[in-house]
Design a protein around this ligand. Structure first.
Ligand code: 6PG
Length: 234
């Protein structure tokens, strides 16, 4: 299912309402958050409606994290803290990927936390909601085209390498993402249009894009703006 909004602020506002509704439906509510510019807008919108969420039920995980300190401007955790607000972060249950720790060790430790905290389905940990962005190259979470095998990894988490910056990142794997009850892509901007057109029209080139293989057992909803969806509607 794809929702196309006039602009990215409206997208973020509508997704906020979707999130709030989900937070009342799932108790407890296990969510994996995402980095990226569109998720950032969502956090800003959610910060305006914080009283509509029962934060004691909310368990925040991250779908991926850069291997940096939580004070680093590259940190997805810091981006959430800065835009959603520290007071909210303190009210919810927070399971931060420790980007400052040894990546090979944290990849294993974070997987253990997920396994020990979440309910299982198909013998795999199951999130109620996983929020994703999509990179211009068709990556999602930190599963990049050059490491597309992470979609099929038997591990809960993998240690990824950004193809350009070579920055190390810890990411959920495809099997965990596709085991979720709900997956929401938040994608805005004209630079996403070519990849969305290839994905939604099942073009052979889409087979290079990890985002193309996100087909959860539960519900998949794309939240896009007109610019990102401009080639789909042509
Ligand atoms: C990250 C995200 C990444 C992001 C995409 C889209 O850590 O950066 O997990 O997958 O969502 O790169 O980012 P934009 O929405 O900013 O293009």
């Amino acid at each position: 299912m794809i929702n196309i909004y006039s602009d990215k602020k409206t997208l973020a506002s509508e997704f906020t309402d979707f999130f709030i509704e989900m937070s009342h439906r799932y108790i407890p509510f296990y969510v994996a958050l995402s980095g990226g510019s569109t998720p950032k807008l969502f956090f800003k919108e959610l910060a305006q409606k914080v009283n509509e969420v029962k934060w004691e039920n909310v368990h925040f995980f991250w779908g991926d994290e850069r291997c940096v300190a939580p004070t680093d401007n590259d940190s997805n955790y810091k981006m959430t803290l800065d835009n959603l607000g520290e007071n909210i972060i303190k009210k919810a249950s927070i399971y931060r990927i420790k980007g400052e720790d040894n990546p090979e060790v944290e990849k294993i430790n974070y997987a253990k936390i997920i396994k020990n905290t979440l309910p299982t389905f198909n013998n795999l940990p199951q999130f109620d909601l996983i929020i994703l962005g999509m990179g211009d190259d068709g990556h999602t979470a930190s599963i990049f085209p050059h490491e597309i095998e992470f979609l099929q990894s038997e591990n809960i988490c993998e240690l990824a390498t950004h193809p350009l910056t070579k920055q190390k990142r810890i990411t959920l794997t495809g099997k965990i993402i596709n085991n979720a009850k709900n997956v929401a892509f938040l994608v805005s901007g004209v630079n996403k249009a070519p990849k969305l057109e290839e994905i939604f029209n099942n073009k052979p080139t889409a087979l290079q894009y990890p985002a193309y293989f996100i087909k959860p057992i539960g519900r998949l909803v794309w939240f896009t703006d007109k610019n990102a969806a401009s080639k789909i509607t042509d």
